[in-house]
Write a protein that binds this ligand. Sequence first.
Ligand code: G3I
Length: 381
Amino acid sequence: MKVKHIASAVLVAAFAVACGGPKTAPVEEMTLKDAVGDKFLIGTALNVNQVAGRDTNATNIVKTQFSAIVPENCMKMEEVQPEEGKFTFEDADAFVKFGEENGLTMTGHCLIWHSQCPEWFCVDKNGKNVTPEVLKQRMKTHITTVVQHFKGKLKGWDVVNEAIIEDGSYRKSKFYEILGEEFIPLAFQYAHEADSTIELYYNDYGMDNPGRRDGVVKLIRSLKEKGLRIDAVGMQGHMGMDYPKIEDFEKSMLAFANEGVKVMITEWDMSALPTASRTANISDTVAFKKALNPYPDALPDSVSQAWNARMKQFFDLFEKHADIVDRVTAWGVTDGDSWKNGFPIRGRKDYPLLFDRDYQPKAWVKEVIEEAKNAETPSAE
Ligand code: G3I
């Protein structure tokens, strides 16, 4: 257990026992967040239906099973500043209200990303790339306005999302075209200037990939060499049944932690369907083929067992490295909420998350809770 938690856990436990209360939740009512305890935050992404209170079955799960939340879409650039100078925070404020009312730790996602970036952001009225000075100002205005709007409410921000590609080089986004590598340190600088107390993260997918791993390690070093704050790296954790190799994922976790940052699994899901593409780059879609949607009614027991075993293997890995893991967040509440039902192929039925379409925990989640219950229950002898 993390040193910083031992003292508080001992104090809480002593106080609770002194008051005659249970050290943790009563064993029979134990939930996933109770089972995880203070090893790391266990979170999920919320969609706008859940944020708006239109999916109470899902939000009841969030309140009881999770300790952290991230907005799936409502804090993204095109959502909060759809037109230059016009900021809209209605959904994002509802997200924060839900989090505050339920004592959930919140993360902002995401300040700078090449996708879901409003069309006006990097070009002038004629569609030509703006000058570096104009883009810097637009980034500073966006980041400052958004970070200050939520000041004191969030634990941290995904400052830059998906800027490094598989070979470790920079994605040739408009931000890179206009500002080169500088757009990333600038984004971290602006975020820190807007709120010096908030944690700052770099977030990306396919982080098991050696090229991207090395590119992100270089990025962390360069930010630190510039004296900029970076608290953690978000490993999105979009997985399939045949990728990533768990040893490659672990190697990346350790490589990032070795640079003096925490590791977070930020968008964890595991497709139970045949892998059609390994990217999470939203524009890389694949044409529908029936063979790629083999379980339109339900997952066969054999596939379900293999999926649960593989998810538990990764969860055990995260617990093994709880000293460097700050948060594990699922990218959605139930299978029906998952982006994987529509990506990389529209119209598929996938089973990638911790709760099923009947709002029930998957087998491996129940196993984690049972293991924690057994650890809590003193042995008979
Ligand atoms: O809000 C509009 C709605 O008004 C409209 O009727 C509807 C149909 O066109 O589209 C809605 O917007 C969609 C949005 O999700 C909200 O549902 C966008 O079209 C759709 O592209 C968007 O997809 C999101 C995707 O990012 C694209 O940015 C997914 O929900 C979201 O899960 C996914 O999440 C990303 C992370 O932010 C970053 N890492 C990769 C991950 C998967 O791409």
